[in-house]
Design a protein around this ligand. Sequence first.
Ligand SMILES: *[C@@H]1O[C@H](CO)[C@@H](O)[C@H](O)[C@H]1NC(C)=O
Ligand SMILES: *[C@@H]1O[C@H](CO)[C@@H](O)[C@H](O)[C@H]1NC(C)=O
Ligand SMILES: *[C@@H]1O[C@H](CO)[C@@H](O)[C@H](O)[C@H]1NC(C)=O
Ligand SMILES: *[C@@H]1O[C@H](CO)[C@@H](O)[C@H](O)[C@H]1NC(C)=O
Ligand SMILES: *[C@@H]1O[C@H](CO)[C@@H](O)[C@H](O)[C@H]1NC(C)=O
Ligand SMILES: *[C@@H]1O[C@H](CO)[C@@H](O)[C@H](O)[C@H]1NC(C)=O
Ligand SMILES: *[C@@H]1O[C@H](CO)[C@@H](O)[C@H](O)[C@H]1NC(C)=O
Length: 917
Amino acid sequence: MGAEQKKFIAMRPISSSSVWLMAAFVGYLCSMAGAQDARLVILPDGGNIIRPVGANIVLTCKGEVPDPELISELRWLGPNGQELPNGDRISSEELVSDVGRILFIKGLQEADSGKYTCSAVYTSSQRLEAHVNLTTIVGITWEDAPTEQSAIFGQPYKVRCVVRANPPATIDWQKNGVGFTTNNQYVIENDGVLIREVSLEDDTYFTCRARVQTTGQLEDRRIRVEVFIPPEFIREPVNTSIVEGEGGYMECQASGKPDPVYTWLDRNNQNLNLNRERFIVDEQTGRLTINDAKRTDEGEIKCLVENRAGKIQKTAYLKVIMKPVVVEYLNASGIMGREVSLTCKASGDPLPEVTFLKEGTLIPYTPGVQNSDDRIIVDTSREGEYAQARLVIRDLMRSDDGLYACIAKNNGGNYTKNGHITVEFPPSFALSPMSEAWSWDNHLVNLTCRAESIPNATISWFLNGRNLENDYNIRMNAFNGESTITVTPIDLSYYGTYRCLATNIHGKDEKAIELREARAPGPLLQTKFETITATTITFNFIGPVDNGGLPITAFAVQYKLAGQVWDEKPLQRVWVVGGNEYYDMHDSIAHANTDIPYILENLEPQTIYSFRFAAKNQVGYGEWSREETHTMPKRAAPEEPYIIAKTENKVVSTPYPDRYELLWSAPPNNGEPIDYFEVAYYPVRNTSAGLIEAGQLVRTQVPYPANVRFEMKNLKADTIYRIELRAHNVIGFSAPAEILLRTAKDAAAVEEEDLSATISPRDPASPSQSAVKAGTYVIIGVIVAVLIFIALVIDVSCYFVNKRGLTYMICSRSGRNKSNGRSSSNKNAALMEGGKEEHNDEKTPLREVTVEFQDACRETPCAEQQQQQQQTTQVDQPSPALINDDQKELIKDDVTDINNGLKKSASKSSVAKDSPV
Ligand SMILES: *[C@@H]1O[C@H](CO)[C@@H](O)[C@H](O)[C@H]1NC(C)=O
Ligand SMILES: *[C@@H]1O[C@H](CO)[C@@H](O)[C@H](O)[C@H]1NC(C)=O
Ligand SMILES: *[C@@H]1O[C@H](CO)[C@@H](O)[C@H](O)[C@H]1NC(C)=O
Ligand SMILES: *[C@@H]1O[C@H](CO)[C@@H](O)[C@H](O)[C@H]1NC(C)=O
Ligand SMILES: *[C@@H]1O[C@H](CO)[C@@H](O)[C@H](O)[C@H]1NC(C)=O
Ligand SMILES: *[C@@H]1O[C@H](CO)[C@@H](O)[C@H](O)[C@H]1NC(C)=O
Ligand SMILES: *[C@@H]1O[C@H](CO)[C@@H](O)[C@H](O)[C@H]1NC(C)=O
């Protein structure tokens, strides 16, 4: 433009003044035109631009000038008036198509707001400027408002809600959907709500609401506030003791929210939760279990309890008890009368108490002098890490010898170790009983002495001052504290006083033993003939006074028929006494056991014998006594048998309701062999007047020699039976042996009781079956009566026709019977006696005999057979009377003889009564 003006001037040099004026005018016009048209325009239009933070913006500045050539220095200035630098975020560049400049701002920041200016220079003198106000705004932003917050119970807490907004937002609060303002519980502040003291109510939702009036923005945020409770001990750990090697536990328990976590730390603050070997922590209960406690575990142990609200801890002491151990305890020995001590040393933690207990006693010694025995003192002391006790016994006695237990005890247990006190003492023969010994005829004899001593004594033997060590006739033997010499007394010089001498370091003792010469026993004082039967004699020996120095080993009798001379080997019977087992070649019989009573058997009846007697010891028989002569009685009925039963007041009880096995032993037979035994029994009733018969009699013969037993069957339960047993030989019956039998109660025996009830008329309620049985009995009775009647008729007719039969015999003997002097009433009183007399008794025409064949029925179910056999049969009693009158006289004599001498049977009552069928 400047160049065009110069050209214009140079081309028109007409009038300088008018040209100048024109030029000035044109210049003026030009300048007027330039001032009007040159300006800068900023796009977007409006002067005020509002953009949110973070947005991008572009500002364009255009020059509107007449001559764009004349624009220079076009630029953008920032809010602070400085030119904007060209960077990454903010940059500017020239407009390509037009005159102008573009400003780029990326990622608007709050600080970018302000007045931006676009400036330029026009025609080198005119300054052009344009402005735009850029305002950045900030939306509602949750600057610090976590949706989950935790408060601690009891403490102040601010529920944080910091909101950023530009223009700023207004905040209000809700708790559980209900709005609230500042009150005495909550203070609403810029950055949140302050809870003055957190309570459990605050464990809920708070809502923070923000709004901006100018922009109309609204946001809210729900905040979960959780109230935590710091841990508090429910159970604190306490001092605990655990025995070494054993287990135990420590407790630690606390409440809190959330559930607290437990940690145990040992004295070195090592976490025991991590030591899984011997320590177990229960995370729920907090309990610490300790296994196999070690000494090194001892110390302070800490329980740490922690949750998000807080942390507490407690320390307790873990004591590891060391069980006591006796580490040193030695045997001791002392001399009688002096003093001895035993020392016992024990370890343990806590230090054990140490005491002593003597074997065989129950109460340990107490420290100090014993009340029970002031010779005994216990001292206790502490020796470094050991406890020590010392047992001192003064004035030692032999009874102090023995085992002494050392007992070390603490609360972990006890430990016992035995020690021995040996009491040494000089020899003593107090327990050596032998003071005399006997020998004869070079018989070896042992002399024994027992010396007690500690230490062991040496023993030597002397006879009459002579040491016997090298004597050929003496053998010495030592065993177990005993010294025995075996002496062969080859001559009288070996009889005398032997001395046994014991010596040890503490002294000596001696014991005398007399060796005497033994003799055969002296004479018997007396020999009694105690019991005499037709074939046996029972002797009783009294004496001898002098046993010859040795115990009596046997009694002997030698016997011969009277009138003969003693020959070389007379008949002899030897009874061994004292139970010594020995065999003597001189005896005709060898015996092993004591042979009491002294019964001489197998003698001949009605024979006169001479007897002589002697006692015997190991030396031999003593002097034979003076000869005694005795006449053996006549043959007779057997002796009374002996019933083998366990009686109480003459009553034997059977455990069975219906049976009993009767056992007996056979008596001497008085010269004739026993052919059978007769068992008779019947039930009796116990009345005030005594026992009276109350049922049927059963009578049985048991053949002999075969049985000495009889099984009684079909007995009634809970009933007393009288049982009589007689032995029989051809001469007659023995006196009866009698017992009472009580059968057991038994419910199963009801049927049997019914049976007896039908027999008894007193029972009105008889079952029909029993009635039938009763009828059967009546029929049998009638038949029997008819038979008897027929027999009587036949007999009487025989009497008249043939002068024979029973009636004939009765009539022909009646005269002689009167002279016998025994009335029949007498016989009823001595019923069993009748067994022997029945041969004479014509008034007993019939006897009821029940025969049972024992062997056939033994152990076999033969009830039917038995019933048949037990049917009573009528036996014509005197028919087997093969004995002549003289013999009967003889038997009677015998009976009287025996009654006077040995028997008591005459007073007995009997079941062998007349049976009035
Ligand atoms: C820009 O803002 C200022 C004050 O902040 C004001 O004086 C000025 O007039 C505004 N300019 C425009 C173009 O609006
Ligand atoms: C626990 O043991 C320690 C150390 O032995 C002791 O100091 C403390 O008194 C004991 N506490 C209780 C309660 O016994
Ligand atoms: C020693 O301990 C045992 C059990 O281990 C017990 O039976 C006994 O009574 C204790 N002895 C003493 C003397 O305490
Ligand atoms: C102590 O005496 C007892 C019994 O006599 C014995 O068993 C034990 O071996 C002895 N101990 C010592 C160390 O001699
Ligand atoms: C004597 O003692 C010895 C053993 O010491 C023994 O064999 C013998 O049988 C005894 N003799 C007599 C008669 O006691
Ligand atoms: C002492 O005698 C006893 C038997 O009484 C025996 O067991 C023991 O061995 C003896 N001692 C010595 C040292 O001979
Ligand atoms: C009989 O009865 C009397 C008195 O009741 C009693 O003492 C006696 O022992 C009884 N006899 C038998 C054998 O039961």
